[in-house]
Design a protein around this ligand. Structure first.
Ligand SMILES: C[S@@+](CC[C@H](N)C(=O)[O-])C[C@H]1O[C@@H](n2cnc3c(N)ncnc32)[C@H](O)[C@@H]1O
Length: 370
């Protein structure tokens, strides 16, 4: 029997008891008391796919809300021992209900404390942080409590500071300047990764990005910890800055900081090919089609930082935007190019701007010369 003010929904293979006034879009508001956003089903699907591909023994959903993610792990992933924690006592009630509703008492326990207290005592193979807004307040505790070579998963919904709308706020929170540009979301994601790398370095740890992405209204990062000062130094050596010139569309990145650059930020890979290969968007997920689409995009995305928006480049050339297919084909004849999950109308390429513009002109039928 569901309690008054609650409703039962099904997500993936899991039945979930949630507040009957839950959010279904945007960053989500806490309506009533306990938070649940049905739009985050995709985000939870990805975590199920990830855990199936990358098994761990112990996993902590550190800010579990209703326990939706944690209970889905317990139901839909084999062999993982799950802890669902939330400091809100009302949330803990939902977590207990959802554990019971799905009969996963043997594999999932509820916990009701401030995650920083909990992480001072316990370590986990995987820790998932899903806060309202910025994760910065919780990163030091999480970086210390994730086990050797463990997995740290982080959501951030404060995309506006990170992507350049509030650069001063970004500087205060992340110790990095954000700048508005057509690739602001990638800049934001890389500032967040860079910040986590610097937190890890304080503990003589590095990390490898297994998967990191932007979707809907949030950033999400899956990192595997690497141990030792040398690993930390390797990661710090992949930090840098990026500058964008809106007149010429030129993107310059490297170790140099300039008066107009964003950073420091991560310039290393966003994904690990082996991890993406092992992930399967099976039909039992809540949003299997969307998962398949994103997996394909991430797998094909080339490992070059930042991207060009099709209409930005076309407008400086005074031509109408060429079709993406023929453009990518031409760019791949002379270098490497791909679509990007950050924007359906943008391309990533390792070619210099001059060659990209030449391809634009050629595909638009204006001849080869720039
Ligand atoms: C965005 S919601 C989590 C949503 C949930 N992960 C899901 O998928 O539905 C953030 C949650 O963090 C909890 N929270 C905030 N600060 C916390 C802290 N210091 N320790 C533990 N939980 C905390 C809040 O009570 C809230 O339920």
């Amino acid at each position: 029997m569901s309690r008054p003010g609650t409703v039962d929904v099904v997500e993936g293979r899991t039945r979930l008891r949630v507040p009957d006034t839950f959010s279904s879009g945007g960053p989500g508001k806490r309506i009533g008391h306990v938070f649940f956003n049905s739009q985050m089903a995709f985000n939870r699907d990805i975590s199920v796919m990830f855990l199936r591909a990358h098994p761990v023994r112990s996993a902590l959903d550190a800010m579990a809300g209703t326990g939706a993610r944690a209970v889905r792990w317990a139901v839909e992933v084999d062999g993982v021992d799950v802890t669902a924690n939330d400091r809100d006592p009302e949330a803990a009630e939902f977590i207990r209900d959802n554990i019971e509703l799905n009969g996963v008492e043997a594999r999932c326990r509820s916990s009701n404390e401030d995650l920083r207290c909990m992480l001072a005592r316990k370590a986990f193979d995987l820790i998932d942080l899903d806060p309202f807004g910025s994760p910065v307040h919780f990163l030091p505790a999480a970086v210390q409590a994730v086990k050797r070579r463990g997995i740290l998963v982080v959501t951030a919904t404060d995309t506006a500071p990170l992507a350049g709308t509030y650069p001063k706020k970004c500087l205060r929170r992340y110790g990095a300047l954000s700048v508005r540009s057509p690739f602001g979301h990638e800049t934001g994601l890389r500032i967040l990764i860079g910040h986590i790398m610097r937190e890890a370095a304080k503990e003589d740890r590095g990390a490898r990005c297994l998967l990191s992405f932007y979707a809907d209204h949030y950033f999400r990062i899956y990192l595997q910890m690497e141990e030792g000062g040398a690993a930390a130094d390797r990661c710090l050596s992949q930090m840098g800055h990026v500058e964008y010139d809106p007149i010429t569309c030129r993107i310059s990145y490297g170790t140099e900081r300039t008066s107009r650059s964003a950073g420091p930020l991560w310039l290393g890979p966003l994904h690990d090919a082996g991890t993406l290969e092992a992930m399967v968007a099976s039909d039992d997920l809540a949003e299997a089609a969307r998962c398949r689409k994103y997996l394909d995009l991430w797998r094909s995305e080339i490992d070059t930082p930042f991207f060009y928006e099709n209409d930005e480049l076309s407008s400086i050339l005074g031509i109408s935007p060429p079709r993406m297919g023929p453009l990518l084909e031409r760019l791949n004849e002379v270098g490497r190019a791909s679509r990007t999950h950050f924007s359906p109308t943008a391309i990533k390429t390792d070619l210099p701007l001059e060659e990209v513009l030449a391809a634009y002109r050629e595909v638009s039928g204006r001849g080869m010369k720039v």
